[in-house]
Design a protein around this ligand. Structure first.
Ligand code: ZN
Length: 404
Protein backbone atom coordinates (compact mmCIF):
# COMPACT_ATOMS: atom_id res chain seq x y z
CA UNK A 1 0.00 0.00 0.00
CA UNK A 2 1.13 3.55 -0.55
CA UNK A 3 0.06 6.41 1.58
CA UNK A 4 -0.38 9.35 -0.71
CA UNK A 5 -1.35 12.01 1.69
CA UNK A 6 -2.48 12.70 5.15
CA UNK A 7 -2.99 16.02 6.84
CA UNK A 8 -5.14 17.66 9.42
CA UNK A 9 -7.31 19.00 6.66
CA UNK A 10 -8.03 15.70 5.09
CA UNK A 11 -6.47 12.35 4.58
CA UNK A 12 -6.51 10.02 1.70
CA UNK A 13 -4.73 7.20 0.14
CA UNK A 14 -4.41 5.68 -3.25
CA UNK A 15 -3.77 2.07 -2.74
CA UNK A 16 -2.24 -0.69 -4.67
CA UNK A 17 -3.90 -2.41 -7.52
CA UNK A 18 -4.01 -6.11 -7.37
CA UNK A 19 -4.15 -8.74 -10.00
CA UNK A 20 -5.73 -11.20 -7.61
CA UNK A 21 -9.18 -12.12 -8.78
CA UNK A 22 -10.47 -12.16 -5.24
CA UNK A 23 -8.57 -9.22 -3.91
CA UNK A 24 -10.96 -6.62 -5.17
CA UNK A 25 -11.64 -5.00 -1.89
CA UNK A 26 -9.77 -2.97 0.57
CA UNK A 27 -9.70 -1.49 3.92
CA UNK A 28 -9.37 1.90 5.31
CA UNK A 29 -9.57 3.22 8.74
CA UNK A 30 -9.74 6.84 9.60
CA UNK A 31 -10.43 8.71 12.74
CA UNK A 32 -12.32 11.86 12.20
CA UNK A 33 -13.09 14.89 14.22
CA UNK A 34 -14.46 18.29 13.39
CA UNK A 35 -11.35 19.32 11.54
CA UNK A 36 -10.99 20.75 8.13
CA UNK A 37 -10.31 23.71 5.89
CA UNK A 38 -9.83 26.40 8.50
CA UNK A 39 -8.06 26.21 11.87
CA UNK A 40 -10.29 24.77 14.56
CA UNK A 41 -11.57 26.99 17.31
CA UNK A 42 -9.59 26.48 20.52
CA UNK A 43 -12.56 25.06 22.42
CA UNK A 44 -13.17 22.33 19.86
CA UNK A 45 -11.93 18.99 21.10
CA UNK A 46 -10.46 17.30 18.06
CA UNK A 47 -9.83 13.57 18.07
CA UNK A 48 -6.51 12.80 16.38
CA UNK A 49 -6.67 10.94 13.10
CA UNK A 50 -5.12 7.51 13.11
CA UNK A 51 -1.94 7.34 11.04
CA UNK A 52 -2.68 4.18 9.11
CA UNK A 53 -4.67 4.53 5.99
CA UNK A 54 -4.85 1.93 3.35
CA UNK A 55 -7.00 1.09 0.46
CA UNK A 56 -6.81 -1.44 -2.24
CA UNK A 57 -8.49 -0.49 -5.42
CA UNK A 58 -10.39 -2.50 -7.89
CA UNK A 59 -8.39 -2.82 -11.05
CA UNK A 60 -9.80 -1.21 -14.16
CA UNK A 61 -12.24 1.67 -14.29
CA UNK A 62 -15.65 0.19 -13.83
CA UNK A 63 -17.88 2.62 -11.97
CA UNK A 64 -18.79 1.54 -8.47
CA UNK A 65 -22.40 2.09 -7.51
CA UNK A 66 -23.77 3.30 -4.19
CA UNK A 67 -26.92 1.22 -3.79
CA UNK A 68 -28.11 2.02 -0.28
CA UNK A 69 -27.55 4.27 2.72
CA UNK A 70 -28.57 2.83 6.07
CA UNK A 71 -28.73 4.86 9.25
CA UNK A 72 -28.63 2.84 12.46
CA UNK A 73 -29.01 3.77 16.11
CA UNK A 74 -31.21 6.80 15.58
CA UNK A 75 -34.23 5.21 17.23
CA UNK A 76 -33.96 6.97 20.58
CA UNK A 77 -34.25 10.73 20.98
CA UNK A 78 -31.21 10.77 23.29
CA UNK A 79 -29.08 8.38 21.19
CA UNK A 80 -25.37 8.87 21.91
CA UNK A 81 -24.42 8.06 18.36
CA UNK A 82 -25.49 6.86 14.96
CA UNK A 83 -23.89 4.64 12.36
CA UNK A 84 -24.22 5.34 8.66
CA UNK A 85 -23.47 2.48 6.29
CA UNK A 86 -22.92 3.14 2.58
CA UNK A 87 -23.41 -0.08 0.65
CA UNK A 88 -21.75 -0.43 -2.76
CA UNK A 89 -21.65 -2.63 -5.77
CA UNK A 90 -17.96 -2.53 -6.61
CA UNK A 91 -15.32 -0.88 -4.46
CA UNK A 92 -14.79 2.84 -5.05
CA UNK A 93 -11.72 4.78 -4.09
CA UNK A 94 -12.77 7.43 -1.62
CA UNK A 95 -11.43 10.33 0.38
CA UNK A 96 -12.95 11.62 3.55
CA UNK A 97 -12.93 15.27 4.46
CA UNK A 98 -13.69 16.77 7.82
CA UNK A 99 -15.17 20.22 7.52
CA UNK A 100 -15.75 22.65 10.40
CA UNK A 101 -18.89 24.81 10.68
CA UNK A 102 -18.91 27.42 7.94
CA UNK A 103 -21.55 30.16 7.87
CA UNK A 104 -24.90 28.44 8.06
CA UNK A 105 -23.35 25.06 7.37
CA UNK A 106 -22.72 22.77 10.36
CA UNK A 107 -19.59 20.62 10.81
CA UNK A 108 -19.57 17.93 8.14
CA UNK A 109 -17.97 14.68 7.12
CA UNK A 110 -17.79 14.35 3.35
CA UNK A 111 -17.07 11.01 1.71
CA UNK A 112 -15.84 11.84 -1.76
CA UNK A 113 -16.18 9.02 -4.22
CA UNK A 114 -14.09 8.43 -7.31
CA UNK A 115 -15.50 6.67 -10.34
CA UNK A 116 -18.76 6.12 -8.55
CA UNK A 117 -22.42 6.81 -9.09
CA UNK A 118 -25.56 6.19 -7.08
CA UNK A 119 -28.73 4.30 -7.76
CA UNK A 120 -32.00 6.15 -8.35
CA UNK A 121 -33.53 4.74 -5.18
CA UNK A 122 -30.89 6.28 -2.91
CA UNK A 123 -32.55 9.30 -1.26
CA UNK A 124 -30.92 12.63 -2.00
CA UNK A 125 -31.40 13.75 1.58
CA UNK A 126 -32.36 12.01 4.81
CA UNK A 127 -33.15 14.05 7.89
CA UNK A 128 -32.00 12.25 11.05
CA UNK A 129 -31.64 14.87 13.82
CA UNK A 130 -30.43 12.36 16.37
CA UNK A 131 -27.27 10.87 17.80
CA UNK A 132 -25.00 13.65 16.56
CA UNK A 133 -26.25 13.41 13.00
CA UNK A 134 -28.36 16.15 11.48
CA UNK A 135 -28.73 14.85 7.97
CA UNK A 136 -27.20 12.58 5.33
CA UNK A 137 -27.24 13.94 1.80
CA UNK A 138 -25.83 13.36 -1.64
CA UNK A 139 -23.91 16.13 -3.33
CA UNK A 140 -22.43 16.83 -6.73
CA UNK A 141 -20.63 17.65 -9.04
CA UNK A 142 -17.89 15.48 -7.52
CA UNK A 143 -20.07 12.67 -6.23
CA UNK A 144 -19.96 12.69 -2.46
CA UNK A 145 -22.01 11.70 0.54
CA UNK A 146 -22.16 14.43 3.16
CA UNK A 147 -23.04 13.95 6.81
CA UNK A 148 -24.15 17.19 8.47
CA UNK A 149 -23.28 16.84 12.14
CA UNK A 150 -25.01 18.22 15.18
CA UNK A 151 -22.93 20.49 17.44
CA UNK A 152 -20.28 18.61 19.44
CA UNK A 153 -20.44 15.46 17.34
CA UNK A 154 -17.51 13.71 15.68
CA UNK A 155 -17.10 10.69 13.46
CA UNK A 156 -14.92 7.74 12.54
CA UNK A 157 -14.77 6.16 9.13
CA UNK A 158 -13.73 2.65 8.18
CA UNK A 159 -14.69 0.11 5.62
CA UNK A 160 -15.64 -3.53 5.46
CA UNK A 161 -15.74 -5.95 2.58
CA UNK A 162 -17.98 -8.62 1.06
CA UNK A 163 -20.01 -6.60 0.20
CA UNK A 164 -18.02 -3.39 0.20
CA UNK A 165 -19.40 -0.80 2.61
CA UNK A 166 -18.10 2.41 4.07
CA UNK A 167 -19.11 2.81 7.70
CA UNK A 168 -19.23 6.18 9.46
CA UNK A 169 -19.69 6.08 13.23
CA UNK A 170 -20.95 9.39 14.56
CA UNK A 171 -20.83 10.00 18.28
CA UNK A 172 -21.82 12.76 20.61
CA UNK A 173 -19.45 13.73 23.39
CA UNK A 174 -21.25 12.76 26.57
CA UNK A 175 -20.70 15.51 29.08
CA UNK A 176 -22.35 14.16 32.17
CA UNK A 177 -21.20 10.98 33.84
CA UNK A 178 -24.69 10.76 35.15
CA UNK A 179 -25.49 7.91 37.47
CA UNK A 180 -27.57 5.55 35.48
CA UNK A 181 -28.48 1.91 35.54
CA UNK A 182 -25.96 -0.29 33.72
CA UNK A 183 -27.04 -1.47 30.28
CA UNK A 184 -26.05 -4.77 28.72
CA UNK A 185 -26.75 -5.51 25.05
CA UNK A 186 -26.98 -9.19 24.15
CA UNK A 187 -26.68 -10.09 20.50
CA UNK A 188 -28.03 -13.45 19.36
CA UNK A 189 -25.92 -14.30 16.30
CA UNK A 190 -27.37 -14.60 12.77
CA UNK A 191 -31.14 -14.73 12.12
CA UNK A 192 -33.50 -14.44 9.17
CA UNK A 193 -31.87 -15.47 5.93
CA UNK A 194 -28.63 -16.25 7.76
CA UNK A 195 -29.24 -19.20 10.02
CA UNK A 196 -25.54 -19.70 10.84
CA UNK A 197 -24.27 -23.19 11.61
CA UNK A 198 -26.51 -26.21 11.99
CA UNK A 199 -26.75 -29.80 13.12
CA UNK A 200 -29.31 -31.24 10.73
CA UNK A 201 -29.47 -34.66 12.39
CA UNK A 202 -30.59 -33.11 15.67
CA UNK A 203 -32.54 -30.24 14.12
CA UNK A 204 -30.36 -27.56 15.70
CA UNK A 205 -29.95 -24.18 13.98
CA UNK A 206 -27.44 -21.70 15.38
CA UNK A 207 -29.66 -18.61 14.99
CA UNK A 208 -32.45 -20.27 17.00
CA UNK A 209 -30.25 -21.72 19.73
CA UNK A 210 -28.40 -18.40 20.05
CA UNK A 211 -31.68 -16.51 20.42
CA UNK A 212 -32.87 -18.92 23.09
CA UNK A 213 -29.56 -18.61 24.95
CA UNK A 214 -29.73 -14.81 24.76
CA UNK A 215 -33.27 -14.75 26.13
CA UNK A 216 -32.33 -17.11 28.96
CA UNK A 217 -29.24 -15.01 29.69
CA UNK A 218 -31.33 -11.84 29.76
CA UNK A 219 -33.84 -13.19 32.23
CA UNK A 220 -31.09 -14.62 34.42
CA UNK A 221 -29.20 -11.33 34.38
CA UNK A 222 -32.33 -9.38 35.29
CA UNK A 223 -32.90 -11.75 38.21
CA UNK A 224 -29.41 -11.51 39.68
CA UNK A 225 -28.79 -7.83 38.82
CA UNK A 226 -32.21 -6.15 39.13
CA UNK A 227 -30.80 -2.67 38.47
CA UNK A 228 -29.25 -3.74 35.19
CA UNK A 229 -31.08 -3.06 31.96
CA UNK A 230 -30.77 -5.78 29.35
CA UNK A 231 -31.51 -5.39 25.65
CA UNK A 232 -31.43 -7.89 22.82
CA UNK A 233 -30.43 -6.84 19.31
CA UNK A 234 -33.14 -9.13 17.99
CA UNK A 235 -35.99 -10.99 19.70
CA UNK A 236 -37.30 -12.83 16.64
CA UNK A 237 -35.86 -14.67 13.65
CA UNK A 238 -35.08 -11.60 11.57
CA UNK A 239 -32.21 -10.39 9.37
CA UNK A 240 -29.92 -8.00 11.14
CA UNK A 241 -26.70 -6.69 9.64
CA UNK A 242 -23.45 -7.04 11.57
CA UNK A 243 -23.13 -3.25 11.55
CA UNK A 244 -26.55 -2.66 13.05
CA UNK A 245 -25.94 -4.91 16.04
CA UNK A 246 -23.12 -2.90 17.52
CA UNK A 247 -24.64 0.41 16.35
CA UNK A 248 -27.51 -0.18 18.75
CA UNK A 249 -25.12 -0.73 21.66
CA UNK A 250 -23.22 2.45 20.77
CA UNK A 251 -26.36 4.54 20.44
CA UNK A 252 -27.60 3.35 23.81
CA UNK A 253 -24.21 3.82 25.49
CA UNK A 254 -24.23 0.22 26.65
CA UNK A 255 -21.77 -0.91 29.30
CA UNK A 256 -21.17 -4.29 27.69
CA UNK A 257 -21.90 -5.96 24.36
CA UNK A 258 -22.04 -9.76 24.20
CA UNK A 259 -22.63 -11.57 20.92
CA UNK A 260 -23.78 -15.16 21.43
CA UNK A 261 -22.98 -17.91 18.92
CA UNK A 262 -22.55 -21.65 18.60
CA UNK A 263 -19.41 -23.09 17.11
CA UNK A 264 -19.19 -25.66 14.31
CA UNK A 265 -16.49 -27.32 12.29
CA UNK A 266 -16.61 -28.77 8.82
CA UNK A 267 -14.21 -31.48 9.99
CA UNK A 268 -15.10 -33.97 12.70
CA UNK A 269 -14.09 -32.60 16.09
CA UNK A 270 -12.71 -34.80 18.86
CA UNK A 271 -13.66 -32.27 21.48
CA UNK A 272 -15.91 -29.26 21.48
CA UNK A 273 -15.80 -26.61 24.15
CA UNK A 274 -16.46 -23.02 25.07
CA UNK A 275 -14.49 -20.09 23.58
CA UNK A 276 -14.84 -16.38 24.27
CA UNK A 277 -13.37 -14.02 21.71
CA UNK A 278 -12.17 -10.46 21.83
CA UNK A 279 -11.49 -8.46 18.69
CA UNK A 280 -7.86 -8.61 17.65
CA UNK A 281 -5.52 -9.90 15.01
CA UNK A 282 -4.66 -13.55 14.83
CA UNK A 283 -2.62 -15.92 12.72
CA UNK A 284 -4.45 -18.90 14.09
CA UNK A 285 -6.00 -20.75 11.15
CA UNK A 286 -9.00 -21.99 13.07
CA UNK A 287 -9.74 -18.52 14.40
CA UNK A 288 -9.41 -17.05 10.90
CA UNK A 289 -11.76 -19.65 9.44
CA UNK A 290 -14.27 -19.10 12.21
CA UNK A 291 -14.15 -15.32 11.78
CA UNK A 292 -14.62 -15.69 8.03
CA UNK A 293 -17.71 -17.82 8.59
CA UNK A 294 -19.20 -15.52 11.22
CA UNK A 295 -18.47 -12.46 9.06
CA UNK A 296 -19.92 -14.03 5.95
CA UNK A 297 -16.66 -13.40 4.13
CA UNK A 298 -13.49 -15.19 3.06
CA UNK A 299 -10.40 -16.01 5.06
CA UNK A 300 -8.31 -13.84 2.71
CA UNK A 301 -10.53 -10.84 3.49
CA UNK A 302 -10.28 -11.39 7.23
CA UNK A 303 -6.50 -11.70 7.00
CA UNK A 304 -6.23 -8.53 4.97
CA UNK A 305 -8.52 -6.35 6.99
CA UNK A 306 -7.77 -7.36 10.52
CA UNK A 307 -4.69 -5.37 11.48
CA UNK A 308 -6.00 -1.85 11.24
CA UNK A 309 -9.47 -2.58 12.49
CA UNK A 310 -8.13 -4.39 15.52
CA UNK A 311 -5.86 -1.49 16.33
CA UNK A 312 -8.79 0.87 16.14
CA UNK A 313 -10.62 -1.33 18.59
CA UNK A 314 -7.63 -1.93 20.85
CA UNK A 315 -7.10 1.72 21.47
CA UNK A 316 -10.56 2.00 22.90
CA UNK A 317 -11.60 -0.84 25.09
CA UNK A 318 -9.32 -3.85 24.75
CA UNK A 319 -8.67 -4.10 28.46
CA UNK A 320 -12.33 -4.11 29.45
CA UNK A 321 -13.09 -6.62 26.71
CA UNK A 322 -10.43 -9.03 27.98
CA UNK A 323 -11.72 -8.77 31.54
CA UNK A 324 -15.29 -9.34 30.43
CA UNK A 325 -14.22 -12.26 28.23
CA UNK A 326 -12.27 -13.91 31.04
CA UNK A 327 -15.22 -13.75 33.40
CA UNK A 328 -17.76 -15.00 30.86
CA UNK A 329 -15.43 -17.84 29.86
CA UNK A 330 -14.85 -18.97 33.45
CA UNK A 331 -18.48 -18.80 34.56
CA UNK A 332 -19.88 -20.39 31.40
CA UNK A 333 -17.49 -23.32 31.71
CA UNK A 334 -18.28 -23.78 35.36
CA UNK A 335 -22.04 -23.85 34.80
CA UNK A 336 -21.79 -25.87 31.61
CA UNK A 337 -19.73 -28.50 33.42
CA UNK A 338 -22.53 -28.96 35.94
CA UNK A 339 -24.33 -30.68 33.04
CA UNK A 340 -21.40 -31.83 30.87
CA UNK A 341 -18.46 -32.47 33.22
CA UNK A 342 -16.01 -32.91 30.33
CA UNK A 343 -16.87 -29.62 28.61
CA UNK A 344 -13.57 -28.32 27.17
CA UNK A 345 -12.02 -24.96 27.93
CA UNK A 346 -10.85 -23.43 24.66
CA UNK A 347 -10.00 -20.26 26.49
CA UNK A 348 -10.20 -16.58 25.67
CA UNK A 349 -9.01 -16.05 22.10
CA UNK A 350 -8.54 -13.27 19.61
CA UNK A 351 -10.24 -13.02 16.24
CA UNK A 352 -11.49 -10.47 13.77
CA UNK A 353 -15.25 -10.46 14.10
CA UNK A 354 -16.86 -7.63 12.15
CA UNK A 355 -19.76 -7.47 14.59
CA UNK A 356 -17.39 -6.15 17.28
CA UNK A 357 -15.68 -3.51 15.14
CA UNK A 358 -16.47 0.01 16.27
CA UNK A 359 -18.07 -0.99 19.57
CA UNK A 360 -17.39 1.74 22.08
CA UNK A 361 -17.75 -0.49 25.12
CA UNK A 362 -16.21 -3.79 26.24
CA UNK A 363 -17.45 -6.29 23.71
CA UNK A 364 -16.97 -10.02 23.26
CA UNK A 365 -18.28 -12.90 21.19
CA UNK A 366 -19.05 -16.20 22.92
CA UNK A 367 -19.04 -19.52 21.06
CA UNK A 368 -20.96 -21.30 23.79
CA UNK A 369 -20.61 -24.90 22.55
CA UNK A 370 -20.17 -26.94 19.37
CA UNK A 371 -23.18 -27.81 17.24
CA UNK A 372 -21.02 -30.38 15.45
CA UNK A 373 -19.66 -32.16 18.54
CA UNK A 374 -22.13 -34.89 19.39
CA UNK A 375 -22.16 -34.71 23.22
CA UNK A 376 -22.61 -30.92 23.22
CA UNK A 377 -25.15 -30.95 20.39
CA UNK A 378 -27.21 -33.57 22.23
CA UNK A 379 -27.00 -31.53 25.42
CA UNK A 380 -28.13 -28.44 23.51
CA UNK A 381 -31.39 -30.16 22.63
CA UNK A 382 -32.15 -30.09 26.36
CA UNK A 383 -33.37 -27.20 28.43
CA UNK A 384 -31.07 -27.79 31.39
CA UNK A 385 -27.88 -27.41 29.34
CA UNK A 386 -29.05 -24.24 27.62
CA UNK A 387 -30.06 -22.84 30.97
CA UNK A 388 -26.68 -23.74 32.48
CA UNK A 389 -24.81 -21.97 29.66
CA UNK A 390 -27.05 -18.91 29.92
CA UNK A 391 -26.61 -18.80 33.71
CA UNK A 392 -22.87 -18.91 33.15
CA UNK A 393 -22.88 -16.06 30.62
CA UNK A 394 -25.12 -13.99 32.92
CA UNK A 395 -22.90 -14.66 35.95
CA UNK A 396 -19.83 -13.66 33.95
CA UNK A 397 -21.43 -10.36 32.91
CA UNK A 398 -22.67 -9.70 36.45
CA UNK A 399 -19.23 -10.39 37.87
CA UNK A 400 -17.71 -7.96 35.36
CA UNK A 401 -20.24 -5.21 36.15
CA UNK A 402 -19.76 -5.61 39.90
CA UNK A 403 -15.97 -5.43 39.65
CA UNK A 404 -15.82 -2.23 37.60
ZN1 ZN B 1 -22.23 -17.69 14.54
Amino acid sequence: MTIVGSSRKHAWIRGWTTTSKLGLFGLLLLAAGCQGGSPPKPNQALPKPLPELAQRVKPGHEKARLVRIDVYGAGAVDAAGTRVVLLFEGAPLFHQRQLPPQGILPARIAIELEDAEWGETVPVSQLVERGGLQRVRLATPNPRVVLDLQPGASGRVFYLTDPYRIVIDVSVATHSRRKRRPLVVLDPGHGGREPGAANDALGLVESQVALDLAELTASRLRAIMPRTRVMLTRSTDVDLSLEERCALANAMEADAFVSIHLNASSEPVRKGGVTTFVLDTTNNRQALRLAARENGTRVAEVTGIQGLLAKYHRQHQAEGSLTLAGKIQRHTLKRGRSVLPKLSDRGVRRAMFYVLVGARMPSVLVEASFLTYEPEARALTRRNYRRALADGIASGIASYLLAR
